[in-house]
Design a protein around this ligand. Structure first.
Ligand SMILES: [Zn+2]
Ligand SMILES: [Zn+2]
Length: 315
């Protein structure tokens, strides 16, 4: 038996040793997760071909859509853009799941999460865990999509870095241990692609090529780029209301295009706040939907403590 075991102290200091080895392994886990998102890992050997093929197919559908133009298809696409992007991604995935800015009644939570799934931006667990990593490492080494690694990297290229199932599991354990236990999110984790395929099939059955190309491909592609502008443009251009430690900025046109998410410096400064527009002209349409749900009793525990001008950030 090694002497260090025989001489090992007992009692409280042993407990401290246990705590410190647990925090060491948590730190190692986070370091491995951060490494898996680094730009230098993207090479031909490490391309996520599923994501790349999906992106090429969606963009090809987007380019073909004008040749199948009908007003009905465009109208459905615009409505679904708001529903999946504002209600699904901004309200559901981002403010409710990732940041816990409010609680939703169970049927509404299911509906909003499903709308997010139909945006095709990844499962709720993946989206939320990656987003929390972004907040944790914003514009530092390990930020999955910082423009400091290149504008195109932050806008789209970062998506093509392939992650093994083991790396995905480490991501969830580090950044979404709470959400990973949620039965609803585990259900969507198992069925994510089925919803998208079934929805595309339903659109084709109802409205043929015009509805498939407009309400699925064009709608998803436009929502991709408006969402991605928050990762790229809103960390590059615009004004800063708060002295955060990252490069986040408030960009009015991204604010309008991305349903309120473009007031990104406000959000980085006060991540848990449900309202992203802090001044009267910073219009946030997703916040209007949250207020409506609160008035109907469907959203509770809403964090609406908009800070006074000049307040220090909570980052
Ligand atoms: Zn950001
Ligand atoms: Zn956020």
């Amino acid at each position: 038996m090694p002497s260090n075991v025989l001489n090992a102290p007992v009692g409280p200091s042993t407990a401290r040793a246990g705590t410190s080895s647990r925090s060491d392994s948590a730190a190692n886990l986070r370091a491995a997760v951060i490494e898996s998102f680094r730009r230098h890992r993207l090479s031909l050997q490490n391309v996520d071909w599923v994501v790349l093929t999906w992106m090429v197919a969606m963009h090809a559908g987007f380019l073909a859509a004008p040749f199948f133009f009908t007003w009905q298809a465009v109208g459905v696409a615009l409505f679904l853009h708001w529903l999946t992007c504002s209600v699904g991604i901004c309200l559901g995935y981002h403010r409710c799941l990732s940041h816990g800015s409010f609680k939703l009644a169970a049927p509404v939570r299911f509906f909003c999460t499903l709308c997010g799934v139909l945006a095709g931006q990844g499962s709720p667990l993946t989206w939320s865990a990656v987003h929390r990593l972004h907040h944790g490492r914003s514009d530092k080494v390990g930020d999955p999509h910082s423009p400091r690694d290149g504008v195109f990297w932050s806008h789209i290229l970062w998506l093509f870095n392939r992650h093994s199932s083991q790396q995905r599991d480490m991501l969830y354990r580090s950044y979404a241990p709470d959400l990973s236990k949620d039965p609803l999110l585990r259900f969507f984790e198992q069925t994510y692609m089925l919803w998208l395929i079934a929805f595309a099939g339903a659109m084709f059955a109802v409205g043929g090529w015009p509805l498939l190309l407009w309400a699925v491909c064009a709608r998803i592609v436009v929502a991709y780029h408006t969402t991605w502008l928050i990762n790229s443009a809103s960390h590059l251009w615009g004004y800063r209301s708060y002295a955060t430690t990252d490069d986040s900025r408030n960009l009015w046109w991204a604010g309008l295009l991305a349903y309120g998410e473009g007031w990104h410096n406000n959000h980085h400064a006060w991540p848990r706040l449900a309202c992203y527009g802090h001044r009267w002209w910073e219009f946030d349409i997703t916040w209007q939907a949250i207020k409506l749900l609160r008035a109907l009793g469907l959203a509770t525990n809403v964090d609406d403590r908009i800070p006074a001008p000049g307040a220090r950030s909570h980052q």
